[in-house]
Design a protein around this ligand. Structure first.
Ligand code: TXA
Ligand code: MG
Length: 307
């Protein structure tokens, strides 16, 4: 539905329906986070493993603090970067009324205040916390346009609010704040920005740490064609995705080497490569700085052996 459908979309959410909506990162598949049946339908529609907990979206820090407990670090990050592409994992308040399916039984909760105007209006109008994973079938590329959502989930959800293409294009950065401030998933907010705000380095999640975190299953974000990363030149038969003036190609993440543009184009480009061609894909090297970290994370997952 068009952007002026916010009121109708909010009413649908309050009735337990599934409504996809745009955030500045990617489109989310929303449901009332206090409604067990609505939340269960998210997992069903996505074909998502139950153990993977969901992010809850709220319109303000105030609303977030009614659901989770914010220590000094969490508060500092929320004040600095909300609304924006940052998700904070904080202790869940037992009286918050959130469906246990949302947290997959964990005693922590992932919270986010998105910046996209349409998302904020929808959250205000709904008046309930909205659980929303990315609006794609489990294991597939995240949607950055309404038509991507319909291509993957059409017929399984009640509505998509169309806000045009997402500005950031990769998912939010997820920071854990329990037991030290920890990077759980690189994303649309750079690690450099987070560390600059805190004044110290982030911990990274130890491989042994079995927290059921982020699209961390290896074949997440996968397109159907095989992917080769860090390719200086294509092999015969490969389609080549360039980046920057040193690695030009007809298909490029950014001809000028701009990481912001590359992030915004990434998922749309991977989908375009999937459409009607199964030839393997080679991708130029992307620098591991700023948003490049999130781009490389998603590309590594996309290239991982399929499970
Ligand atoms: O940009 C985004 O973050 C988008 C938009 C829609 O907000 N959402 C998104 O959600 O990417 P999703 O479900 O695809 O990824 C959320 C990740 C999951 O992989 C999950 O494992 C992790 O957040 N997560 C959720 N709750 C958690 C918790 N309590 N502890 C650790 N990780 C958690
Ligand atoms: Mg996802």
């Amino acid at each position: 539905m068009a952007a002026d459908g916010v009121g109708r979309a909010a009413a649908l959410l309050r009735d337990g329906a599934l409504v996809a909506f745009p955030t500045e990162t990617v489109y989310g598949l929303g449901a009332d986070a206090t409604d067990d049946v609505a939340v269960a339908r998210i997992f069903e529609a996505k074909g998502r493993p139950r153990f993977n907990p969901l992010i809850v979206h709220v319109p303000s820090l105030d609303a977030a603090q009614r659901i989770g407990d914010f220590d000094a670090d969490a508060l500092r990050l929320a004040l600095a970067f909300w609304p924006g592409p940052l998700t904070l994992v904080v202790p869940l308040r037992p009286d918050a009324g959130i469906s246990p399916l949302v947290t997959a039984g964990l005693d922590t909760i992932a919270l986010r205040v998105p910046d996209a105007a349409l998302a904020r209006r929808l959250l205000e109008a709904t008046g309930r916390p909205v659980a929303a994973p990315s609006a794609n079938p489990s294991g597939k590329v995240s949607p950055t346009r309404a038509e991507h959502v319909l291509a993957g989930l059409g017929g399984r959800i009640e509505a998509v609010l169309d806000g045009g293409p997402c500005g950031v294009g990769v998912e939010s950065t997820i920071i854990g704040t329990v037991g030290g401030v920890t990077l759980l998933r690189p994303g649309g907010l750079t690690v450099e920005a987070v560390e600059g705000c805190l004044g110290h380095a982030l911990k990274t999640r130890a491989e042994s740490d079995a927290i059921t975190a982020p699209g961390q299953l290896s074949s997440h974000y996968a397109p159907d064609a095989a992917l080769r990363l860090n390719a200086d030149t294509p092999e015969p038969g490969e389609r080549y995705v360039g980046f920057g003036p040193d690695h030009p190609s007809d298909i490029t993440l950014s001809a000028s080497g701009d990481l912001v543009e590359a992030a915004a184009r990434l998922f749309h480009l991977l989908r375009g490569l999937d459409a009607g061609d199964s030839a393997p894909i080679a991708i130029a090297p992307i620098p591991e700085t700023g948003l490049g970290r999130a781009i490389n994370d998603r590309l590594r997952r996309a290239a991982a052996p399929r499970g």
